[in-house]
Ligand binder design. Structure first.
Ligand SMILES: Nc1nc2c(c(=O)[nH]1)N[C@H]1C(S)=C(S)[C@@H](COP(=O)(O)O)O[C@H]1N2
Ligand SMILES: [Mo]
Length: 167
């Protein structure tokens, strides 16, 4: 735990199901780290410049406080976002929040969206901007119907990886 009470374990390791109720900061901007080491600060305005996609019938399945939805989330697909900044080969992308919560998506998963729809970097829900409390910019994985462990709120960092070799 750090001073704010957040878990400092590797955010990509399995974490507990209790969601943190409060955002780690008020800052909505996040950092995009590319495979060549360059990085960009991404603002909401940057996301709004990319084509918008809406995915309906999204459920947030919390094992702690039950299921909520269906929601209609709007944002940029994670695939379109990555390709806009890195139009080359890549293998996976890590999506991390400063509260110690994160998840990774494989390029392969993004190239073949399931029947529930593509993975989004969502900035709106049911036609209204996501509040900071709701995530502000939130990863929405429509195909995750058993847990909400990939629905990363308060995105702080997105890391695009190429040539991933497991130790
Ligand atoms: N950044 C961040 N995202 C998170 C979590 C968290 O603790 N931190 N908890 C996850 C879990 S376990 C759940 S159940 C959902 C809860 O989403 P909700 O608050 O919109 O219902 O957020 C997910 N995303
Ligand atoms: Mo959860």
């Amino acid at each position: 735990m750090n001073e704010q009470g957040y878990d400092l374990q590797d955010p990509l390791r399995p974490h507990r199901h209790d969601p943190n109720p409060e955002p780690p900061s008020a800052d909505v901007d996040f950092v995009l780290v590319l495979p060549d080491g360059r990085f960009h600060t991404i603002t909401l305005a940057d996301l709004h410049e990319l084509p918008a996609t809406t995915v309906s019938d999204c459920m947030i399945v919390s094992t702690g406080h039950g299921t909520s939805g269906p929601f209609s989330f709007t944002g940029v697909t994670l695939l379109v976002f990555v390709q806009a900044y890195w139009p080359y080969a890549w293998e996976e992308v890590e999506v991390i929040s400063a509260d110690g919560f994160g998840n990774r998506m494989l390029a392969e998963e993004l190239y073949r969206p399931g029947s529930f729809g593509p993975v989004l970097l969502a900035y709106a829900v049911d036609g209204l901007p996501l509040s900071r409390q709701q995530g502000a910019v939130r990863m929405v994985v429509p195909g995750e119907r058993d847990d909400a462990l990939r629905q990363v709120k308060w995105i702080g960092r997105i890391v695009v990886k190429q040539d991933v070799s497991e130790p």
